[in-house]
Every structure is written in structure tokens, then in C-alpha cells.
Design a protein around this ligand. Structure first.
Ligand SMILES: Cc1cc2nc3c(=O)[nH]c(=O)nc-3n(C[C@H](O)[C@H](O)[C@H](O)COP(=O)(O)O)c2cc1C
Length: 182
């Protein structure tokens, strides 16, 4: 049975968190095991680029990434949900990705499956969410993960705007289930 970790790129109780909770609920109905983390609300030091982990496979910092890395190791699917910020992914997610380098160095990300969900306030025709998707896709490729599904939600500015797209959310959940169970 697939084990899923949802990584939420926004600290607020907003669209990313709402979407994460709905996905969790949908997957659990299918008896798929789901855990969720919000790196922005945790204690995570910035990567200094010391490169020690390239040699040892371990980071010198003792913070919430120790448990996060265990959770990533124990997961088959990583679902990244990010708000768009200046046409890019959230800074919180970038910090989290940098701190996964010890796992990358020990080949711990190779073969994992990734799902990338992007949320933005602009219209689809403005292509503002594409940069975040490109960053996540290139992270997957560089780290040996397989990007198996992506979706971009538009016109979500205020905390709960995504709730106006119930049908799109439900369709996304069904497609994620299909991908995980295939
Ligand atoms: C600093 C900042 C920059 C943003 N830049 C963009 C942007 O470039 N394109 C866009 O579509 N939305 C942008 N937004 C809007 C957020 O992506 C949008 O409000 C999103 O729904 C927030 O997700 P959340 O509710 O999970 O925090 C930005 C928001 C902030 C705070």
C-alpha cells in the first residue's frame, strides 16, 4: 500500500492547507496512508551550502528536518502543494528542498514519486503558476524522483477562494488516486 506525504508550502490556514486536507480525506477513504507537514511552521535552519552532507549523507543541523527526512524516506509519494509567489514556488518549500540534500546525497530520493500542485491568484491565461511547476519538476528530475501528476489552480487570492473550485478539487483528488493506485 502506497504511503503518501503531503508537503504544504504555505503557513496560513489558506488554500494550500484546505486542498491538503481535502486530498488527505479523499486518499484515506481509499485506505491510502497520508501524513502532512508544513515546513514553514517548523524549526528549519537555512542550508549553508557547507556540502558536508555530500560526504556523510547527514546534515550538521539538528532541527525538524531530522524527522522530516525520516518521513520522506518512509514515503512512496511526495505531494508538494505550493502557493505561487512572484511567479515561483514558496520560499518555505525552497528551504525544505535545499535541506533534503543529505537524502539526495545518499540516493534516498531516487525512485520516489512526486505530485506537484500549484495555486495562484492570477488567471490561467497569465501563466503565473508555470515557474513554480518548472522548479518542482526540475527538482524531481535532478533528484531522481518521478513527477507523476501535476495540476495548477488559478484565481485563488483570499484564504478560502479554492473552495469555489469544488469540482476541480474533486477531479484532482480522483486523478491522484488513479495515479497512486495504477
Ligand atoms: C508575496 C506574494 C507573492 C505572490 N505572487 C503571486 C504571483 O506571482 N502569481 C499569482 O498567481 N499569485 C501570487 N500570489 C498570491 C498567492 O499565490 C495566492 O494568494 C495563493 O492562493 C496563496 O495560497 P495560500 O492561501 O495557500 O497561502 C502571491 C502572494 C504573495 C503573498
Amino acid at each position: 500500500m502506497a504511503r503518501v506525504l503531503i508537503i504544504i508550502g504555505s503557513r496560513r490556514e489558506g488554500n494550500s492547507k484546505i486542498l491538503a486536507n481535502k486530498i488527505k480525506e479523499g486518499l484515506r477513504k481509499e485506505r491510502i496512508s497520508v501524513d502532512m507537514i508544513t515546513p514553514g511552521n517548523q524549526k528549519i535552519y537555512l542550508c549553508t551550502g557547507c556540502m558536508d552532507c555530500d560526504e556523510t549523507g547527514v546534515c550538521d543541523f539538528q532541527d525538524d528536518m531530522v524527522e522530516n527526512i525520516q518521513k520522506v524516506e518512509n514515503s512512496d509519494y511526495l505531494i508538494f502543494i505550493t502557493p505561487t509567489r512572484w511567479n515561483l514556488l514558496s520560499g518555505d518549500l525552497k528551504i525544505f528542498m535545499d535541506r533534503l540534500n543529505p537524502l539526495y546525497a545518499s540516493r534516498g530520493l531516487t525512485g520516489k514519486k512526486m505530485i506537484a500542485l500549484i495555486i495562484g491568484s492570477k488567471k490561467k491565461s497569465e501563466y503565473s503558476t508555470d515557474g513554480a511547476l518548472t522548479s518542482l519538476g526540475s527538482f524531481a528530475e535532478s533528484s531522481g524522483m518521478q513527477l507523476t501528476y501535476t495540476h495548477q489552480f488559478h484565481r485563488c487570492l483570499a484564504f478560502e477562494d479554492i473552495l469555489e473550485q469544488e469540482e476541480e478539487i474533486n477531479q484532482t483528488i480522483q486523478e491522484i488516486i488513479k495515479v497512486i493506485e495504477s
